[in-house]
Design a protein around this ligand. Sequence first.
Ligand SMILES: [Fe+2]
Length: 250
Amino acid sequence: MKIVLYSDIHAQLAPLDAVQEAVAKENADREIVIGDLVMLGPEPVEVVERFMGRKDVDVLAGNLDWWVSKRKDETDPPKNEHHVWLYEMVKKTRERLSTEQVDYLDGLMWSMTITPEKGHDFFIFHATPDDIEDAIPLRFTDEEVKEKIKGTDAEIMAFGHVHGPYVREVDGQTLVCTAAVGMNWDGDYRPAYSVVEYEGDGKWNVETKRVAYDCEAQAKKNENGWMPHGERIAKMVRTGEFWNPAHMPH
Ligand SMILES: [Fe+2]
């Protein structure tokens, strides 16, 4: 069984087009999107519309989809300046989406398991098994990773959220970070996706792939669009680095 996964599109249509064009050529059995369709980008309507029309794709929720649909900007006071900026974007993103689109985000699943053969589970979630807002960054030690995935006995798991793809083995379990499509923070501007293949007898093959596209045109859309501080996002789209090195989120 061949499964393709990608995540963290963040309302950026051109890199999504590039990834979906590459994914279509993979001829996979399953296509799975691991959340964060919206926020941090100028095209939430177009991105949500794309997935509402694709019944053959499994789509999970991300933390920022959840912020938009649960009206986090109205229910939870901002903790810092970064939150003030994000909450403004949550409100403006929701205002652009139709009620049907907000309901679609609200109804997304938080996790799923694929079992190609009895006893061989592949567990998929946005951030950590238990928390849509937590994270498993690459800098974590094996002990820190084990703490985050405690109680998860799947042979392999995939997630997004940290915006820098990696594959890692910890105590016989494989972790696949797929993110991101919209913008990365590992120094490589190219969108990423993962290909996971179950070859039988507990053998899984994993590959991370990256796709080039015209990031300059997309960066300009962010700079000249409706978003507060679009220039911060444009910088991330162009460079593949977080806009504020003094405040790396993961
Ligand atoms: Fe996320």
